[in-house]
Design a protein around this ligand. Sequence first.
Ligand code: AMP
Ligand code: MN
Ligand code: MN
Length: 315
Amino acid sequence: MGMNEVCSWLKEHDRFAVMGHVSPDGDSYGSTLAMCMALRNAGKQAFVLADPVPHLYAFLPGQDMICRLENCPFEPEAVIHLDIASPDRAAYALAKPLPSLLIDHHQTNAGFDDVMLIDASASSAGEILMRLFEHAGAAIDRDMAACLFTSISTDTGSFQFSNTTAETMRYIGVLIDTGLDISRLSTLIFRRRTLARTRLTGEVLTDMFVSEDGKITVGSISLSMMEKYGAVHADTETIVNYLVEVEGVCMAALLEEGEDSVKVSLRSNEGYNAAEVAVSFGGGGHMLAAGATLHDTTLASAEEMVKKALRKAVG
Ligand code: AMP
Ligand code: MN
Ligand code: MN
């Protein structure tokens, strides 16, 4: 579906709920906040359904637009899903189905809303939003720019991943033109971490599994490790990158124990498809970065399953 259809769908409605995915990342928070700001700037009513922003993203503007399902400021009549690979990944399931719009960039997305804008070539949901805003002639103010920069810079690994295109960088230029201080934001996102996150990273890396041929690394985070360091989920987000950056590694996984599930983050280097492995576990994602959530398993047996799957994928 095209931009025109999305624009007319947006014009048709007035009271929006905007949401991203569970275990929200920078793209999820950044794109939902930017969308909500754009809707409000256009005279619409909108709020973001999400958990409160974690410490890592504390600088994000517009956090007063965020609420939980139980304390929404009004009854929405339409819902916008952003950065959500499949319906089970949505941050919230609404009590009754509403007219819906999906904007996403996961290659595994099969589509699940009334109106959809899915482009796997886009670096991030934030980048698709910038295209939409450009198409609609919607102005981008500095607050929106901070959110969109967070979206795009986190999903491109600070513009280092292969999903960074000339178009991505052109949009970053547009964001800089709003007066955004990208050096300050990049420092906050990529070059500052809590002591908890630093120490947790150290323990994961010290104890990671390395296959005999050095092509596979697997790290694990138990609930007790999280407790020991006083860490939260956002503190674990980038640890998997260290695992796949070890010389000679083809594919890496980071497992994070939850209350009743295990979250698997998969990363691969060029030539190896992490999304395929994620899909085999009921998850999804992109070629080089994918994930899945395992239920009815322990951390130890999940580790074994994942090691086997990586062995098969890497050969
Ligand atoms: P993560 O490892 O959580 O950073 O996720 C890497 C990529 O895989 C992101 O684009 C996620 O949206 C996607 N992903 C992670 N977990 C899942 C899942 N359970 N199902 C589908 N996609 C996922
Ligand atoms: Mn995401
Ligand atoms: Mn994304």
